[in-house]
Design a protein around this ligand. Structure first.
Ligand code: CO
Length: 218
């Protein structure tokens, strides 16, 4: 009985054969480079694979995933992906995708020590603290978690718009929309939170960067 590790190679052979049959130029085309219009920032959760749930093909979505789809502005990994996506690939859309039933969100709502991950969950706890009145007013644990998932996505969208990378792009009239969406693991449906931010007008003055100065420095 082959285990999953062995199966991935058999699956891969079958997938290559299928691709070559339906689209003989598929691999040749992708070998020339990528031009994805979307950057996806999602959760590492195995149930939320970016391409499959969006019906997209290799080459269409540039992906960054971490626990609870966080935009941590000191995270060099996230910043490097964002910088490359916005400034080199020139993506038109940046999507933060959360999902109901997120283990990271649920852990952040509790007080149990988990280990080194507690330090990552701190970022989610900061979001919780910011919206504590609304979250704590919800009695049902499942509803509380669902609302926290949505609020967390919203805050990560705002955190993206606070980065110099995104503010620079907007200042130079590059079209970049930032979206917040939530995936429901229980039925497969994607919900758009309709944030669709494309400028820094909504930002508190504390976070707005001096645009003239940015352009002058580039
Ligand atoms: Co998750």
């Amino acid at each position: 009985m082959p285990d999953l590790y062995n199966r991935i190679f058999e699956n891969n052979k079958r997938w290559v054969a299928e691709k070559n049959e339906t689209d003989p130029n598929f691999f040749n085309r992708l070998s020339k480079g990528q031009n994805p219009p979307i950057l996806w920032i999602g959760c590492s959760d195995s149930r939320v694979p970016a391409n499959e749930i969006t019906g997209t093909e290799p080459g269409e979505i540039f992906v960054h995933r971490n626990i609870a789809n966080m935009v941590v502005h000191t995270d060099m990994n996230m910043l490097s992906v964002l910088d490359y996506a916005v400034n080199v690939l020139e993506v038109k859309h940046v999507i933060v995708c959360g999902h109901y039933g997120c283990g990271g969100i649920n852990a952040a709502l509790e007080n149990k020590q988990v280990g080194i991950i507690d330090n990552w969950l701190r970022h989610i706890k900061d979001v919780y603290r910011l919206h504590k009145a609304e979250i704590d007013a919800i009695q049902d644990i499942d509803q509380k978690s669902r609302r926290m998932v949505e609020i967390n996505v919203q805050e990560q969208v705002f955190d993206l718009s606070k980065t110099s990378i995104i503010q620079n792009a907007w200042a130079q009239n590059q079209t970049v929309y930032i979206h917040g969406i939530v995936y429901d693991v229980s039925n497969g449906i994607l919900k758009d939170l309709n944030l669709n931010i494309s400028n820094n007008q909504h930002l508190d003055s504390v976070y707005k960067l001096d645009i003239d100065q940015i352009i002058g420095n580039n």
